[in-house]
Design a protein around this ligand. Sequence first.
Ligand code: AMP
Length: 188
Amino acid sequence: MRIILLGPPGSGKGTQAALLRDQHSVVHISTGMLLREAVKNQTELGQQAQQFMDAGELVPDSLMLGLIEQRLGQADVTNGFILDGYPRNLSQAEALDTVLNRIGQPLDGAIAVTVDETEVVERLLNRAKQEGRSDDTEDVIRNRMRVYAEQTAPVAGYYDARGQLRQVDGMGSIETVQQRLVETLGTL
Ligand code: AMP
C-alpha cells in the first residue's frame, strides 16, 4: 500500500493514518510530526520551519523536499507508506512523483477525507486544549484552513486527473470513517 491521505487540518486523517499503519504494517509519514520533532530538537530545519508553522503558513517547498526525500529514502518505506500532510501544493505533488519514480515506489493513489468546516474548527480547538500545540490558536487555525483551501485543495485534482483520487466522508466516529477508508482502499 502506497497512498496519500488528503484532508483539511482537523479532518482526522492523522488518526486514520495511524490505524491503517497498524493494520497494514506500513509506515505512516506525517510531515507535520517530522517538523514538530525538528522544532523540538532545534535542528537547522526546525529553526527555519518554526516561524511558518506558528503562523499557519506552509514551510517553503525547498525545505520540505529535503525532508521528504530523506524520509522516503529510508529502508522501511519499501513495505509501503501512508503520506499524511504531504504533498500540500501542486509543486510538492510534482516533486513527490519524481522522488517516488526514482525509488521505484509509485503511488496507488490518494484518498481525500472530506469534513464540514464548522466541525473541523471545533475539533482543532479541542485538540489545542489537549495537546497545547502552538499553531492551534483560533487565528492560526483559520489561516491554516485558508492555506488549505487555496494551496492544498487543488492537489486532489492532480490525482483525480489521472484516475487516482477517491473521496471518503470523514464525518462520524473514528471506527465508521476507518471502515469507509478500508472499503475505499479496495478500489484503488
Ligand atoms: P500538520 O500537522 O500536517 O497540520 O502540519 C503542521 C504544520 O507544519 C503546517 O501548518 C505547516 O506549517 C507545516 N507543514 C506540514 N507539512 C507541510 C508540507 N507538506 N508543506 C509545507 N508545510 C508543511
